[in-house]
Design a protein around this ligand. Structure first.
Ligand code: HEC
Length: 144
């Protein structure tokens, strides 16, 4: 029992330090939620709405965004290989391709089918996409 005392104390001490440190870690320029109460919190809600209002606004913004706008966001992970404007690079040029082409290609990669010689490079990217993501990305690519 006595042998456990020092390790147990060390563990408790570390946890306490971690809890205090995490409590003090804040994102710069963003007021800590813990210290924003009373008038501070009321001012925050007046400026930004409460958490429910913020979530409703975010959901409405997402619902009213066009597929191409949603696709632009989903395309972020593709830019390293296909270029920000779809001009190509490691992967082929996508600009100029129509929606159907992109949907067919991405669906094939998602199903781990071989299209070109480097299809395996596309499998991880395509696997992460939902059917809706594919539709949105295709709309975005067509708009390039
Ligand atoms: C690691 C690099 C890489 C990333 C990331 C990547 N791609 Fe690709 N992409 C490729 C390569 C390489 C090919 C050619 C594959 C082949 O030979 O079939 C390709 C092929 C394609 C094709 C078929 C093009 C054609 O002319 O046949 C489409 C469409 C495509 N990618 C879309 C995307 C989208 C959308 C994303 C993001 C979700 C993405 N890619 C992410 C490298 C990448």
């Amino acid at each position: 029992m006595k042998n456990l005392f020092v390790p147990a104390f060390a563990v408790l001490f570390s946890v306490a330090i971690a809890v205090i440190a995490m409590d003090r870690m804040g994102v710069p320029n963003v007021p800590s939620v813990h210290t924003c109460t009373g008038e501070c919190y009321e001012a925050y809600v007046a400026a930004n709405g409460n958490i429910l209002a913020q979530q409703i606004a975010a959901a409405e913004a997402a619902a009213s965004a066009s597929p191409a706008e949603l696709g632009r966001t989903a395309y972020v992970g593709c830019t390293a290989c296909h270029g920000a404007a779809g001009q190509g690079g490691i992967g082929p040029q996508l600009a100029g391709r129509d929606k159907d082409f992109v949907v067919t290609a991405l669906t094939a990669y998602k199903n781990r089918e071989a299209r070109g010689p480097q299809s395996a490079v596309m499998y991880p990217s395509a696997a992460a996409l939902s059917a809706a993501d594919i539709e949105n990305i295709a709309a975005f690519v067509e708009s390039l």
